[in-house]
Write a protein that binds this ligand. Structure first.
Ligand code: ZN
Length: 97
């Protein structure tokens, strides 16, 4: 899924940075997760996944984006990781600060 620079800038405006370092999503939510409409991909894409892919590239098959901080609303790319649930649940740490 490709997030345009314009859409990314609009997403940043929906984020409130907390003192703990989380980027809390202040936009629409589904089941406690932030959601963002993405043209061509539907109205309820997971906001943290879009943020992650914008910074680090597509999440490959067999990988899920998870929250290291355990905050569902958090969309900060640096605190989500790719969890490989097919082989030994290894967490791939992102490198962006
Ligand atoms: Zn967080």
């Amino acid at each position: 899924m490709a997030v345009s620079e314009g859409l990314y800038q609009r997403m940043l405006k929906k984020i409130q940075k907390s003192e703990s370092g989380c980027w809390l999503w202040a936009g629409a939510t589904t089941n406690g997760y932030g959601t963002q409409a993405l043209p061509g991909y539907g109205p309820n894409r997971r906001a943290h996944v879009l943020m992650y892919e914008h910074h680090f590239g597509p999440v490959s098959e067999g990988m899920v984006v998870c929250h290291k901080c355990n905050v569902k609303l958090c969309v900060r790319p640096a605190v989500v990781g790719r969890l490989n649930w097919r082989s030994s649940s290894e967490l791939v740490e992102p490198t962006l600060g």
